[in-house]
Design a binder for this molecule. Structure first.
Ligand SMILES: Cc1ncc(COP(=O)(O)O)c(C=O)c1O
Length: 361
């Protein structure tokens, strides 16, 4: 059975486009299920226990998406008018429909994101409010690891430790948007718990590099996870026989983690070769995991470039001011990277030359 369509397209837009493996489909078909809202879906329960153990937290809850994972975790910390500290290039701030404000009434103290995906710890500490009736109450610090808009950068463990120290000095918990936390761990060569030891809660996605079709997990203390369950219900994300999809999540955790370094090697090779193409700018050293963000010469219209690449069978994401994004994942191999490089290597210099000729006219 061919379960993969569009095989002729080189799809580097995201690792979210990965499709479930044959083992995942089999596990979904075989899943033993029950009503998860009664706590009676054994497959969901198994996924949650496995996920909690793998990220070194007491408990975990399965949620339909990373966005719901982040917002439910934030709503479990913040009441209406309470404040979250966030980076200006964070996924939560850019790509989650303003959900903390729209759904949770959460105000956001936005701080600049550094090139390496960190937020200056001094700024974080200064942003934490003192207790005064006119101020919102700072209830959570959100960080992102790996950092999507910063080319998949991994936050150093020393940085995580520093943020944790600020958190405990001021008694403000840290939430980690760890959509790709297994990529971060692979890049650092440590177990996920070594990273998550420095945060109070983590959201990670099963449906990105790990290739499950649906779902994310929020993990933290048992008491906190009970509060997240309440928020998940409120948001309409509590499910019934969700074991059918959770089964694929278990296979993802059991079989897809160890192969992540392959994606990283491909992304680094892609970045090194892209950096040599006339008209392309990127720092290959900044590529540490499976995400490659690059810029093109200002004389080239980025949107037009993305269109031309698409016409030639290569899909990339247009990230506006940040540049173009390409992500390596289980559904692209070495030959696909070579083909992508050929296409970009002939399209960008041609457009650059075209713009020079126009300028000379
Ligand atoms: C860093 C990060 N956080 C959160 C999410 C949200 O996940 P979802 O698309 O499942 O809502 C994404 C999705 O791309 C992401 O890259």
């Amino acid at each position: 059975m061919n379960t993969h369509e569009n095989n002729t397209l080189l799809d580097f837009r995201s690792d979210t486009i990965t499709r479930p493996t044959a083992a995942m489909r089999q596990a979904m078909a075989d899943a033993i299920v029950g009503d998860d809202q009664y706590g009676e879906d054994p497959t969901v329960n198994r996924l949650e226990a496995l996920a909690a153990q793998m990220v070194g937290k007491e408990a975990a809850v399965y949620v339909p998406s990373g966005t719901m994972g982040n917002v439910s975790a934030m709503m479990a910390r913040c009441g209406r008018g309470d404040e979250a500290i966030l980076g200006d290039e964070s996924h939560i701030y850019w790509f989650e429909s303003g959900s903390p404000a729209a759904l949770g009434g959460i105000t956001q103290f936005i701080l600049p994101t550094e090139v390496d995906g960190t937020i200056d710890p001094t700024r974080i500490e200064l942003a934490i409010r003192v207790d005064r009736s006119g101020y919102p109450r700072t209830q959570v610090i959100c960080i992102e690891n790996t950092h999507n808009r910063r080319s998949g950068r991994v936050l150093p463990l020393s940085y995580m430790r520093e943020v944790a120290q600020i958190s405990s000095r001021h008694n403000v918990p840290v939430h980690l948007d760890g959509a790709r936390i297994f990529n971060a761990a692979a890049a650092l060569g440590v177990g996920v718990p070594e990273i998550t030891a420095h945060v109070d809660s983590v959201q990670f996605c099963l449906s990105k590099a790990l290739a499950a079709p649906v779902g994310s997990v929020v993990a933290g203390s048992a008491d906190f996870i009970e509060r997240v369950r309440r928020q998940r219900k409120l948001l309409g994300g509590a499910m019934r026989q969700a074991g059918v999809i959770a089964a694929a999540g278990i296979v993802a955790l059991e079989t897809m983690v160890d192969r992540l370094p392959e994606d990283h090697v491909r992304a680094k090779r892609l970045a090194a070769s892209l950096a040599r193409i006339a008209g392309v700018t990127l720092d290959p050293e900044g590529v540490q995991t499976n995400i490659v963000v690059f810029q093109v010469d200002g004389s080239i219209d980025q949107t037009e470039l993305a269109e031309r690449l698409k016409e030639r069978g290569l899909l990339v994401s247009n990230y506006g001011a940040v540049g173009l994004r390409m992500v390596t994942h289980v559904d692209v191999d070495d030959a696909d990277v070579d083909k992508a490089l050929d296409i970009i290597g002939s399209t960008v210099p041609t457009m650059l030359e075209g713009s020079r000729v126009r300028a000379a006219d």
